[in-house]
Write a protein that binds this ligand. Structure first.
Ligand SMILES: CC(C)(COP(=O)(O)OP(=O)(O)OC[C@H]1O[C@@H](n2cnc3c(N)ncnc32)[C@H](O)[C@@H]1OP(=O)(O)O)[C@@H](O)C(=O)NCCC(=O)NCCS
Length: 211
């Protein structure tokens, strides 16, 4: 039997793991192929509601996640509407309660400071209950440790952990990171990835270069 293109559940009998791109409805969230989310507490299909927080349409913030990412249970993306404005004498979000204070509805976004979109590269592993703040870019191949609070950009192939998240170490030598960033195996056709599976899994970068 042919496998349907838009599969939500990649693993037979496992309703805790989804291909994220196939459960996303919000046009401000884009997710690459094969990126998966696992949730054994809540329904993983509800990722937009449970994991992408303070992401109000009025702000138009983008969440962009690359291909082949692994996102663990309870990882969360905190968007700009969580950042009460600190440019006024009070952090109380008066513009949000415009009816109460006779303010203009169109100024509602003045309630919060805008730090920008969240961009996650390809082949990124985000650990259990990690929190990623607005404006953060995470490079290809990075690893975000369990329960980390990511407040700064994470360079490619860097492991970070803690609150706030600090670099723990690079995953590979600068040379290998450079090679992987050039090869971009995640953009290969599925057949080529399957053919190179052994090289990917065994860490044989030379084999990745042979076509
Ligand atoms: C980040 C991680 C990948 C690092 O693994 P590792 O390289 O084997 O790390 P080590 O155990 O050798 O620890 C290296 C250092 O990082 C620290 N560290 C490890 N994980 C950390 C975390 N999540 N937060 C903060 N610091 C962490 C260790 O305390 C150690 O610090 P030290 O050098 O000061 O002693 C791993 O600890 C982790 O958090 N994995 C995520 C697991 C997960 O959430 N899985 C979900 C299912 S997919």
């Amino acid at each position: 039997m042919a496998i349907p293109e838009k599969r939500v559940y990649p693993r037979t009998g496992d309703k805790d793991t989804v291909y994220l791109e196939n459960v996303i409805n919000n046009p401000n969230i884009t997710v690459g192929s094969y990126t998966m989310y696992n949730d054994f507490v809540n329904d993983p299909v509800l990722f937009e509601k449970n994991n992408v927080l303070y992401h109000y349409p009025v702000n138009d913030d983008k969440l962009v996640i690359g291909k082949f990412c692994s996102i663990a249970c309870g990882a969360r993306f905190l968007f700009n509407s969580a950042n009460h404005s600190m440019h006024s004498l009070s952090t109380y979000p008066f513009p949000l309660f415009y009816e109460e204070w006779g303010l203009e509805r169109r100024d509602v976004a003045r309630s919060w400071d805008n730090k920008g979109d969240i961009i996650v590269g390809n082949d990124v592993w985000i650990g259990y209950e990690a929190v990623i703040l607005a404006g953060i870019t995470i490079g290809d191949g990075a690893i975000i440790g369990a329960r980390s609070l990511v407040t700064k950009d994470v360079p490619p192939y860097t492991i970070v952990g803690g609150v706030p998240a600090r670099p723990i170490r690079k995953r590979f030598s600068e040379e290998t990171i450079h090679d992987l960033s050039e090869i971009k195996w995640w953009d290969w056709p599925k057949e080529k990835i399957a053919a190179k599976m052994n090289a990917i899994q065994s860490g044989c970068i030379e084999e990745m270069r042979v076509s």
